[in-house]
Design a protein around this ligand. Structure first.
Ligand SMILES: Nc1ncnc2c1ncn2[C@@H]1O[C@H](COP(=O)(O)OP(=O)(O)OP(=O)(O)O)[C@@H](O)[C@H]1O
Ligand SMILES: [Mg+2]
Length: 630
């Protein structure tokens, strides 16, 4: 007998002595294994538990199977006696043993026969099962079954076909996102990541790699909004009034055509090009011009029935301009074609060492978050589309059920369309979608179904589990039964980026690198700054009123009425000669007040605008107090 033969025999002997049990039934996808524990023995069967992989020998190959249930056929257990137990397993795939070379495939060519022997899985088989097939392998943790085996995914497969992270609150979704993104950005240096961060929590996790856009520093000019998005803002998320939207469509297009702009940016010089401008074309215009056009129409003798709509529209627009919470849209003192600057800042072109943009949405009014999300997702897709896929972008939507809810009556249609477009066509142009939600049941199912890799963390809700079950292929649906009981920081990963469903634990992240709320300041730290730990009620009220005690250096000052006046001086305004009224916000405000109250206010001022919701103008208070509204 040669040395090789002796080694092989020893290997077989050891292997056979590690018999778990025998197959007693098999229906194709599932099998039952009967195991016997003899008295006084600590058999291998006793070591096995739900969620582990085992192997079943069929000829030269080994079928890999996942244990999803164990029970005793007699429903009894006797100490110091022979006990029989049954394992229910799901057949996951097959290891082909070619001597030196082994390979794993997800299909099964030869099913186990009755009496086929089940063994604990070998380490090298386990490694082969979870080896990453795709390009750009990224390690994100380790297997739950064996901490020595790395849990790796293919970054390219993950990005190409989108991904979702689901799990109840507090299980570690955001932590998993920060870990995933940090590792993926290492593996794909050309990737840009845009995170819609509703709780401002990613600043701490990405540190110097992330470009933070807060409500203060956000500059998303109103003219970048499409008509529907602008309507969502000025109607404050309420149902729109079709007549007013129709007027807005005409007037915005006209204001855009009339805008002359600066000479440095690409402009529409030819008349034919200008006439192609619609209310949705991303070219600048002045609010002053729009309001002047409304005034002009109101001044016309004909068109009686549209006058109330024009007046109402004007009140809405003026009230949005005056609302400090919408400062990020209307803040620019002069209207220039800043499209290139805004886009290169948000989408990191060039990245300047910060490939991740964290869009901190918590400071933005909830009714506007929808349109901001819509603008960002839409522009992300368009950049990739018009660059012919040269720019690779990942758009990550935290709390995605807010933007793309399952109920079609809820949410905002353009946001839903923008996210759906990335989900459906993004792969062709290099735009990827990452979805994070605690309620998969409340998320639009078409979006979830486009996410080909899912990290399912603990999910207690039956309905949510069903959603994930339906997303899984039949052969791995029993995996979902673990979902209600897996630990924090643990997940079952399945789909394109992994070969077979993988129960894994994400790597631990140090306290300092965890995502944290409150713009990266730990709650403990901010508490300890206050004497006696008591919160500053003044500060809380100021925050609620969107006011700031001090000016933050580098942050734009609020728009003062004089700014609008100087900005919109007649010579700067191409509409001046036919506007018919002084085209300043002061004038808009006064006539808006007239429209709202039926009488012109004694002294026209910005503060006299009455918003449709009756909140009055925060802007005026903040100016009078010399406070900085956000
Ligand atoms: N991989 C990890 N390493 C270290 N700590 C973790 C890890 N995963 C989770 N945790 C702990 O769990 C806590 C909650 O995690 P996280 O904020 O990511 O949960 P979440 O699912 O995003 O919650 P929510 O739904 O409320 O946003 C973290 O603050 C951290 O203490
Ligand atoms: Mg979270």
């Amino acid at each position: 007998m040669t040395i090789e033969q002796k080694t092989e025999e020893r290997r077989n002997r050891t292997f056979n002595s590690r018999i778990l049990g025998h197959v007693v039934s098999c229906n194709g996808a599932m099998a039952t294994i009967s195991a016997t524990e003899f008295s006084g023995e600590t058999s291998l069967a006793a070591e096995l538990s739900v969620g582990r992989l085992i192997s079943i020998k069929v000829g030269d190959n080994r079928i890999v199977a996942l244990v999803y249930a164990i029970h005793s056929p007699t429903r009894t257990w006797t100490e110091n006696a022979i006990n029989v137990m049954h394992f229910e397993v799901e057949l996951v795939g097959e290891i082909r043993d070619g001597g030196q070379q082994i390979s794993f495939s997800a299909g099964i060519s030869n099913y186990p026969t009755l009496g086929a022997i089940a063994h604990p899985i070998r380490l090298k088989d386990l490694n082969e099962v979870y080896a990453v097939n795709g390009t750009n392998p990224v390690t994100i943790g380790h297997l739950t079954q064996n901490a020595d085996i790395a849990a790796s995914i293919s970054a390219d497969a993950l990005l190409d076909r989108h991904f979702a992270i689901v799990g109840t609150t507090g299980v570690g979704k955001s932590t998993a996102v920060s870990l995933l993104i940090n590792r993926i950005v290492d593996a794909c240096p050309d990737l840009r990541v845009l995170i819609l961060d509703p709780h401002n929590e990613y600043a701490a996790a990405f540190k110097s790699r992330a470009h933070l856009i807060e409500a203060d520093s956000l500059d998303l000019p109103f003219w970048m909004f499409r008509l529907e998005e602008l309507s969502e803002v000025i109607f404050r998320g309420q149902p729109t009034i079709p007549d007013e939207v129709d007027l807005l469509r005409d007037l915005v297009a006209e204001a855009k055509r009339n805008f002359k702009g600066d000479t440095s940016s690409p402009s529409f010089s030819k008349q034919a090009e200008k006439s192609s401008i619609t209310s949705d074309t991303p070219v600048p215009y002045r609010m002053a011009d729009l309001l002047a056009l409304i005034d002009e129409r109101i001044g016309h003798l004909d068109g009686r029935q549209e006058k109330p709509h024009l007046r109402a529209l004007k009140v809405r627009i003026a009230s949005a301009i005056n609302d400090p919470r919408f400062h990020f849209m209307f803040s620019s003192k002069t209207i220039n074609d800043t499209f290139a600057t805004v886009i290169s800042d948000i989408f990191r072109i060039p990245g300047k060492g910060k490939p991740i943009t964290s869009f901190q949405l918590s400071g933005i009014p909830s009714e506007v978050v929808n349109s901001v999300a819509s603008v960002l997702c839409r522009i992300a897709f368009e950049i990739a589309l018009w660059s012919d896929g040269a720019i690779r972008i990942l758009v990550l939507c935290e709390e995605a059920h807010r933007y793309v809810p399952s109920d079609p009556k809820q949410g905002f249609l353009p946001t839903r369309q923008a996210v759906a477009r990335i989900a459906k066509e993004g792969r062709k142009y290099g735009v990827s979608l990452g979805i994070v939600t605690q309620r998969p049941g409340e998320l639009d199912p078409t979006i979830l179904s486009q996410c080909s890799t899912v990290f399912a963390m603990r999910l207690a809700n039956e309905h949510d589990q069903d959603i994930i079950r339906s997303a899984l292929s039949n052969s791995s649906s029993s995996t979902v039964s673990f979902l209600s009981s897996i630990g924090n920081g643990e997940a079952i990963a399945f789909g394109e980026a992994v070969a077979v469903p993988m129960r894994m634990c994400f790597d631990r992240i140090s306290e300092a690198d965890l995502p944290k709320t409150a713009s990266g300041h730990s709650i403990d730290a901010s508490r300890s700054n206050k004497p006696g730990g008591s919160p500053d009620i003044r500060q809380i009220i100021q925050n609620m009123r969107h006011m700031r005690e001090v000016f933050t250096p580098g942050v734009k000052a609020p728009l003062e009425p004089e700014d609008y006046l100087s900005q919109q001086e007649p010579q700067a305004n191409p509409l001046h000669h036919h506007a018919g009224q002084a085209n300043s916000v002061t004038a808009y405000a006064s006539s808006a007040g007239l429209a709202a109250d039926g009488a012109r206010p004694p002294k026209a001022s910005l503060g006299s605008v009455h918003s449709p919701d009756g909140r009055g103008s925060l802007f005026k208070d903040s100016l009078m107090n010399k406070k900085k509204p956000l």
